[in-house]
Design a binder for this molecule. Sequence first.
Ligand code: ADP
Length: 233
Amino acid sequence: MYEQRFDKRAFDELRPMEAETGIIANANGSARFRIGNTEAIAAVYGPQEVKPKHLEKVDRGLIVCKYDMMPFSVPDRAKPGFDRRDMEISDVITNALNRAVLLEEFPRSMIDVRVYVSQADAGTRCASLTAASMACADAGLPMRDLVAAVAAGKIGDSICLDLTKEEEDFHEGGATDVPIAFLPSKNEIVLLQLDGKVSREDLKKIVEIGKLGAHKIYELEKKALRRRFSNES
Ligand code: ADP
């Protein structure tokens, strides 16, 4: 049984969030997204020449994304270097961004996306994807929509939004974690992963609660971008 969340949040409540764009002077686009004690910083470079050249596509651009956790992002210093988890997360972020950015507008070009997790308390792939999509928009890339991502899941018998690490590690009754990303205005899912076991009915509920959370994140992303561009004019 999990009747009261460790941090006293309602089951459908997100952690406190912050979003800002244009935080890195030397990138074409950048953003920071914080949700609770999870924070991601993203930088976008390009569109630029494709390197290595053989990856070039004649009819569309290419997104290359690299996710990394800073050594001080977790209590026991994260091991430096690009491991299998970093590789997997980089791939799922790339796949989601491929659905959001209008790559046909950039034939023979590459967009380099770097995401760094400065603090990790679960949900880093979702926070990273949210930050990366804001950074793409900040770089002025034409997009079908922003990506809004959040993890939802089941802890004991309760469907929960935006799990913390403490909740992910909940043993009594088990925890299931489902990172989900949406293009909210298109009502499209661009990432859905499942860590744990869950029934079809519960998965539907998890996706629904995730969608509600993603819409709140989407509003914050749009607000951050509006703030940035109204400051410029
Ligand atoms: P996500 O961060 O997207 O939830 P995981 O499920 O792989 O991805 O990781 C869950 C959480 O486990 C991370 O957010 C972080 O809090 C913690 N974690 C991941 N890798 C490490 C690591 N190398 N050292 C300590 N904690 C880690």
